[in-house]
Unconditional design. Structure first.
Length: 389
C-alpha cells in the first residue's frame, strides 16, 4: 500500500480578515500549491473543512464553490464538518484516499471566518459554536464551550491537584511560542500574573486561558509516496492517522478528566506508525483552553495522568524543553479559525519536520504528532508525521 506524503503546505495569518471566505481559502490553497510545485490539472480531489458555514456564511454547498473559485471545478470535492476537528477529518480522508489508490494528488484544507468581520458578534458566534454541544441536554441549559472545558478541567483539578497558576503557565508558554510565529493572532508575550488577573470567564478559566475566535485558512497537498519526487516541495511522511469518538453529552462519558477519544485515536495512530508516545519529539495539540492542553498531553501519552499541568511551569513543554508542545503557539496564541485549525496543525508539523520554522524550531525533530478534538472531545483525530529519510 502506498504511503501518503505531504509535499505542499500553506496558511494565511490567523486573526481578523475582511475577505470573503472564497478569497481567504484561495490565499492558503495557492501557497500550498506553489510550495508543492503542482499544477491545477494534476490535482484530482479536493477535501475541505468548514464547521459553521451554514450558520455564519449562510452557505451549505461550499466545497464546489471554493473549488470553482480556485480553478478546480470538475474534480471530486467534499466539505467536512466535525466541529473543531473538521479539517483534521478532511485530512484523514485525503490520506486514506491516497493510500487506497483512489486519488494521487489531493488538496485538503479548511477555512473559517469567526470574527466580527463576518457581521456577527462574539455572542452570536459563541451561540453558533455551542451548537456542537448536545441539543437536548446541554444547549437548553446554556452550556457553551468555556463551560464545557471548565467542567472537564475542574474535575482534573479535583483528582490531581491542578492549580489555576499551572493553567496560566500553559498560556504563558504558548504566547511565548506565538511571538515567533508570523501567522499568529496573538504574537506577543504574556505573564502568569496577567493571565490570573484577566477577567474570569468560566471558573477556573480567565480570559487569557481562552483561545480567540479567528479568521483564517490553511491547506496542504497530499500525494502518493511514489509520486513525491515529482514535486518541488520537500516531502514529509504521514505514518498514522487515528480517529475516534466518545460519548456525547458530558454526562455519558466514563471519565471527565481523561478524554477517551484522544486515548483511542492516539493508540490507533501510534499503531499505524509503528511507534509509541516515547518516540514523539514534539506535538501540536488542541488547546482551546489551557486545561484542554493539559488533558490532551496526558491523553496522547506524552505525560502521565496528573502530571501534565506541571509541564509548562517546569519548562518541559517549551520549544527548547524535553518535549515541546504547541511550538506554533497553539490555538491559544496562534488563533482558532475552526475549520482551518486541523490542517494548520499539519502545516506546522510539515514545516517543523522540514526544519524551516526559525526561532520556534524544535531541534533535531524527526517525529511529530497533531491532536485535534471536536466539540466536548466527542471526536478526536491524532496524526503522526515523520521526517522522510
Amino acid at each position: 500500500m502506498p504511503r501518503a506524503v505531504v509535499v505542499g503546505a500553506g496558511m494565511t495569518d490567523f486573526g481578523p480578515h475582511d475577505q470573503p471566505l472564497e478569497e481567504l481559502f484561495a490565499d492558503a490553497a495557492f501557497l500550498a500549491i506553489d510550495d508543492a510545485g503542482v499544477s491545477l490539472d494534476e490535482i484530482d480531489a479536493f477535501y475541505f473543512g468548514n464547521a459553521m458555514g451554514g450558520q455564519a456564511e449562510d452557505d451549505t454547498h461550499l466545497a464546489p464553490k471554493l473549488a470553482t473559485h480556485i480553478g478546480l471545478q470538475g474534480i471530486p470535492c467534499q466539505r467536512f464538518e466535525d466541529a473543531c476537528a473538521t479539517s483534521s477529518n478532511a485530512f484523514k480522508h485525503a490520506v486514506q484516499a491516497v493510500e487506497g489508490g483512489v486519488h494521487d494528488v489531493t488538496l485538503v484544507g479548511g477555512a473559517e471566518r469567526c470574527t466580527p468581520e463576518t457581521g456577527l458578534g462574539t455572542g452570536e458566534m459563541t451561540k453558533i459554536f455551542a451548537s456542537a454541544a448536545h441539543r437536548q441536554y446541554e444547549q437548553p441549559a446554556g452550556l457553551t464551550f468555556p463551560g464545557v472545558f471548565a467542567l472537564l478541567t475542574k474535575r482534573h483539578m479535583h483528582e490531581h491537584g491542578t492549580t489555576e497558576a499551572q493553567l496560566a503557565d500553559v498560556a504563558v508558554k504558548n504566547h511565548y511560542h506565538g511571538q515567533f510565529n508570523p501567522h499568529a493572532h496573538f504574537g506577543r508575550d504574556t505573564t502568569t500574573e496577567a493571565v490570573l488577573e484577566s477577567p474570569l470567564v468560566a471558573d477556573p478559566f480567565h480570559l487569557m486561558d481562552c483561545c480567540p475566535f479567528s479568521d483564517g485558512a490553511s491547506a496542504v497537498l497530499v500525494v502518493s509516496d511514489d509520486l513525491a519526487e515529482n514535486f518541488d516541495g520537500e516531502p514529509v511522511n504521514v505514518t498514522g492517522v487515528g480517529h475516534r469518538t466518545d460519548a456525547v453529552p458530558l454526562a455519558d462519558k466514563v471519565s471527565l478528566s481523561a478524554t477517551q477519544s484522544a486515548r483511542d485515536a492516539a493508540r490507533e495512530a501510534y499503531d499505524q506508525a509503528g511507534i509509541s508516545s516515547e518516540d514523539v519529539d514534539f506535538a501540536e495539540v488542541h488547546d482551546c483552553f489551557t486545561g484542554a492542553e493539559v488533558l490532551a498531553i496526558e491523553a496522547v501519552g506524552l505525560f502521565e495522568d496528573g502530571t501534565g499541568a506541571r509541564a509548562a511551569a517546569d519548562g518541559r513543554t517549551y520549544v527548547d524543553g524535553e518535549l515541546p508542545v504547541n511550538p506554533s503557539g497553539g490555538l491559544k496564541a496562534k488563533g482558532h479559525p475552526i475549520g482551518a485549525t486541523g490542517t494548520a496543525q499539519i502545516v506546522e508539523l510539515t514545516e517543523q519536520l522540514r526544519g524551516t520554522t526559525g526561532r520556534r524550531q524544535v531541534e533535531d525533530a524527526t517525529t511529530g504528532i497533531a491532536h485535534n478534538l471536536g466539540g466536548d472531545a466527542g471526536t478526536t483525530v491524532v496524526t503522526v508525521m515523520e521526517e522522510r529519510e
